[in-house]
Design a protein around this ligand. Sequence first.
Ligand code: 0X9
Ligand code: ZN
Length: 305
Amino acid sequence: TFGWTRYHNLTEIDAWLDTILANHPEVTMGFVLGQSYEGRDIRGLRISYKWGNPGVFIESNIHAREWITSATATWLINELLTSKDESVRELAESHDWYIIPVLNVDGFVYTHETDRLWRKTRQPSLISDCIGVDANRNFDSHWMENGGASSDPCDETYAGPYPLSEPEIKAMSDFISILKHKMNVMLAFHSYSQLLLSPYGHTAEEFPDNYNDLMLVAKAYSDAVNGLPYGTIYKYGSSAGILYPASGATNDWAYNEQDIKISYTIEFRDTGNFGFVLPAAFIKPNAEETLIGIMALLAESKRLG
Ligand code: 0X9
Ligand code: ZN
């Protein structure tokens, strides 16, 4: 059975999504972003109790090996739909949620079947024997500018032959472009490092217009998570400022090209002890604190208007 005491493969996640849709037909809608390079459906779930609420878009598992992200996204879906806690009900019912548990479906399957530490997509290159593109360098925003993205197909941060070369990223880009007027918040789930990263990733020299607000909202998340019994510490800042330069990433593209002004990359647990291979015992703690963090983030963002 599906649960959060172990990690699940794509088949199990898809079957679970079907169950969720069947059990909550009034408030959920399944959608397909498009197909991956290998032809798999990229599935998403919308949760909407009242059409027209502020939209929150959650992208997860764009990097194949970051299993904690889809485990957390599925747990979040379950809580939003089934929790009896009053603050969770309020959170669930006052937003329209668009959640993609596994964006990089081909890579995710590859991490289950062949190479646990695979990061990229699975589309072959025309100029090299190396396979795959770093999907988080493939968005059409400052693509391949200022380092942090590679033009070498054998690199882990290969940005692809051109922006949106990956069908998964093209599909996501098209979907958001259509719905962007409904999207207020973009959260891209990653691991690991325990960081909240705002734009920009393409430069550390400039900062977004609403950088002060972005930092206040990030602080609210970090404080809320730190205040839980786990006491987990999340640092925050701009992507290029506190991590490293990286252009063509989801949160920058959402901010720059789609006008989604509350836009973060969240790097989950841990800080390197287990790294990408975080034991399943950490799924629930990580997911619980993520929910509390998102609650604080959305409240602070609402407060700031
Ligand atoms: O390098 C990445 O894509 C992200 N880190 S990870 O270890 N999960 O691969 C960080 C991206 C942050 N930078 C931008 N959003 N620009
Ligand atoms: Zn990542």
